[in-house]
Ligand binder design. Structure first.
Ligand code: DAH
Length: 347
């Protein structure tokens, strides 16, 4: 047990040294216990005083008590300093919860999606159901079943991206060139009455230019029932055109050829830029082509097992980017998927 001035000096040096290193309240408490606690080093010196001869007891006692007071003072000072630095740290870290947060970037729907939704809403409100089909399609559905046999010149209407998969020396799979194959798939799986619209991406082997992209979004429509006539087709599509392009648009139907309809036609609206005079937008014709349509070919109805004497139907197909371009005055279809935010943010 330390019992003289020498060891008191040692205790003091160590106590002060260790106190300097203390940086939190737990360490400070451990320091207090080590030196000033009930079994602390200085406490033991004080307790051992009784064993000393009288004159030494006085001298060592006076020194030890003095040291005890000093260490207690040092402890209090350290305690105060720790408390202060905690407060300072808190002040430093203080968060003003009333400040507005950093603004979150606001997203928006792609212009294709916006127009697609408007188009679908229009047909849904007329009782059409929305169905989707595969983007990778069999030659059979994309062409054959739609009366576009191999080596038929009508195939030239669609530039096709074939899947690198061979069967019996042929490549029977492709990225669908249009949504029309879903007409067949739906008819194979359901019986009339049918009212469906089919949104989806289509792919074509195109050299891109302002009006051609290798990927496009189409909406196909199909209605099959007893007694469906060309009048139903015209009424439905005229209503659609008025709802998307405004009630003042004139609509006109003109003969066109698509292998899966008879008769086939295109729907046009009068040019909203020149009002029919003829301008750059309408290629000086006064009319803008909106979509292809027609009465479902009876051979197609028969091929899916429908009685074509009893059932008739109409079909139509449109490119959504084209409709969005007309609605918003967009002059280059390639803008849609080039991901330039300066373009996309405008919608
Ligand atoms: N599938 C045709 C195309 O991509 C568009 C089309 C024309 C669809 C006439 C139809 C239709 O359903 O009846 O060019």
């Amino acid at each position: 047990m330390p019992s003289d001035n020498e060891s008191l000096t040692q205790i003091e040096t160590q106590a002060r040294g260790q106190l300097d290193a203390v940086s939190d309240e737990d360490a400070l408490e451990r320091w207090r216990v080590a030196f000033l606690g009930r079994r602390g080093r200085l406490t033991l010196v004080l307790r051992g005083l009784t064993d000393l001869p009288v004159d030494e007891r006085k001298r060592v006692g006076a020194h030890a008590n003095h040291l005890k007071r000093e260490l207690e003072t040092a402890l209090q000072e350290k305690k105060a300093r720790l408390a202060q630095s905690i407060t300072e740290a808190l002040v430093e870290e203080r968060i003003d919860v009333t400040l507005p947060g950093p603004p979150l970037p606001r997203g928006r729907l792609h212009p294709t999606t916006q127009t697609l939704r408007d188009v679908l809403d229009c047909f849904v409100s007329m009782g059409f159901q929305v169905v989707e089909g595969p983007e990778i399609e069999w030659d059979h559905y994309n062409f054959e079943a739609l009366r576009i046999p191999k080596d038929h010149p009508a195939r030239d209407m669609w530039d096709t991206l074939w899947i690198d998969y061979e069967k019996d020396g042929e490549r029977p799979m492709l990225l669908r060139t249009h949504t029309s194959p879903m007409q067949i798939r739906v008819m194979e799986q359901t019986q009339p009455p049918i009212r469906v619209v089919v949104p989806g991406k289509c792919y074509r082997y195109e050299a891109t230019d302002p009006t051609h992209e290798w990927m496009l979004t189409q909406v196909e429509g199909l209605a099959v029932d007893e007694g469906i006539s060309l009048g139903d087709l015209k009424g439905t599509l005229a209503d659609f055109a008025h709802r998307i392009f405004g009630p003042d648009r004139k609509v006109a139907f003109r003969c066109d050829y698509f292998p899966f309809v008879e008769p086939g036609m295109e729907l046009r609206i009068d040019c909203f830029l020149c009002g029919g005079q003829g301008c750059r937008i309408c290629s000086r014709s006064g009319w803008i082509e909106i979509l292809g349509a027609g009465m479902v070919h009876p051979e197609i109805l028969e091929a899916v097992g429908y009685d074509s004497e009893r059932y008739t139907g109409f079909a139509f197909g449109m490119g959504i980017e084209r409709i969005a371009m007309l609605r918003h005055g967009i002059e280059d279809i390639r803008l849609f998927y080039s991901n330039d935010l300066r373009f996309l943010r405008q919608f």
